[in-house]
Design a protein around this ligand. Structure first.
Ligand code: FE2
Length: 430
């Protein structure tokens, strides 16, 4: 045995606070999970978890690494709208270089990894005749392989039918090595073009054997209804379980009768929905006065209907969202607030949206079990609900049996009148 984590609490606990365990790792596999104190391993590196939560890695199923850390370049998005974000990005895109993309994306990846993310699915804008960002991120994907599992999605930011040579650019992106097919039907010039785009994505999926993860209905327009086309094409093409739709914020504006119908076909189609609450709570509702819409898809209702729902970070300091630090627990905290998932059991359920559910959409071998790849994190908290409340440090991040990141929890001291009163927000070291 090479690595031994002592006294950890295993995900998923669902609030039942199971007895702590020891987790043993040999090479890149989990080889033993036993009651705390019973595992012996001569010569192994031992980490004392001190009763902290041991969880599979966090998963970011939806981020735009080509655009991260460009906020203010060439100008800030003063209106805060999606459209000004897209227009600002189309200007910034003119000055992209290979090194520029790699440097920014690498920085954001390190932030995510340090905070416990082990799998990232990034969209990459392919509306560029030279595919500069894509070539840079394909290279980076290999360079960071030891740190994180990075998957790339060919994302046609300016449309496929509405952008010169759009279909060929998508094909070229897949030929160059993209992992997943992206899309943006609601941004095409007409409804018919949007429907044609969705059909094209499924043709491309048939040609390449790859899955689909498209931006869909990211608008407050209740007439934006491409998700039903996606669900129907998923079933007609036998792609159940291989299709992801991101944002789908228009669902927040649909009437209940239509939303009910949609939930049924989404479940039958096995389409995963990825909500991106950080961006969308800021971007949507900008045409509203009051009451103002919340700008998120129907997370709770989708989950209740049996649809696989995950949560993405989406932007980190870019033209659409000037904030963000690459923390999936920040994104999840926003989700439980906007989606009103603050019930005790709902908090534990929500945690699956940045772990198990997001991993399922990525079709990866995932979970903390004997025989699985040794990918897990130890968070400085006791359970999943506390993880959302505290958004704590990732004490250790383990990828394929190797500690790839570690963080010492912070410690505060309050200087009260009459003496020092030490205050700790963190658990004592075991
Ligand atoms: Fe997005």
């Amino acid at each position: 045995m090479d690595l031994l984590i002592r006294d950890a609490r295993l995900h998923p606990t669902r609030g039942s606070r199971p007895e702590p365990v020891d987790v043993g790792v040999t090479a890149d596999r989990i080889v033993a999970i036993q009651p705390c104190g019973t595992l012996r391993a001569e010569g192994a590196i031992e980490l004392q978890a001190g009763g902290r939560l041991l969880s599979p890695p966090l998963v970011d199923p939806h981020v735009h690494l080509d655009a991260v850390l460009t906020v203010g370049e060439p100008r800030h998005n003063e209106s805060g709208t999606l459209i000004e974000g897209i227009l600002t990005w189309s200007d910034r895109k003119q000055t992209l270089t290979h090194e520029d993309v790699k440097r920014r994306a690498r920085q954001a990846i390190l932030w995510e990894v340090a905070q416990g993310t082990g799998l990232i699915r990034s969209h990459v804008d392919v509306c560029d005749p030279n595919l500069v960002a894509l070539r840079a991120l394909l290279e980076l994907r290999d360079e960071v392989r030891d740190l994180v599992d990075l998957r790339l999605i060919a994302f046609p930011q300016d449309g496929i039918l509405s952008f010169p040579n759009g279909r060929e650019l998508m094909r070229e992106a897949m030929r160059l090595g993209c992992d997943v097919i992206g899309g943006i039907p609601h941004y095409e010039w007409t409804r018919d073009d949007g429907v044609a785009e969705v059909h094209f994505l499924f043709e491309l999926a048939t040609e390449t054997g790859k899955g689909i993860d498209l931006h869909c209905d990211e608008t407050d327009d209740d007439q934006s209804r491409f998700l039903e086309v996606v669900a129907a094409d998923t079933m007609r093409n036998g792609m159940q379980g291989r299709v992801v739709a991101g944002h789908t914020t228009a669902m927040g504006s649909y009437n209940d009768a239509y939303a009910f119908k949609l939930l049924q076909i989404l479940k039958r189609a096995g389409v995963t929905i990825v909500a991106n609450p950080l961006d969308n709570v800021a971007l949507q509702g900008r045409f509203d006065s009051y009451p103002k819409r919340r700008g998120m898809t129907r997370v709770k209702e989708l989950d209740h209907a049996g649809v696989n729902v995950a949560c993405g970070h989406d932007s980190i300091m870019d033209p659409w969202y000037p904030l963000g630090r690459g923390s999936m627990l920040d994104a999840l905290s926003m989700l439980v607030h906007v989606g009103q998932m603050t019930g005790r059991s709902e908090l534990f359920r929500a945690y699956e949206m940045v772990t198990t559910n997001a991993a399922r959409a990525a079709e990866v071998d995932y979970g903390v079990e004997e025989g699985k790849p040794a990918n897990f994190i130890v968070l400085d908290c006791e359970d999943e609900a506390e993880a959302i409340r505290l958004r704590p440090a990732a004490r250790w991040v383990v990828r394929l049996g190797r500690v790839v990141a570690e963080t010492e929890p912070s410690h505060s001291i309050v200087h009260a009148a009459g003496g020092d009163e030490p205050v700790s927000y963190t658990k004592e070291e075991g």
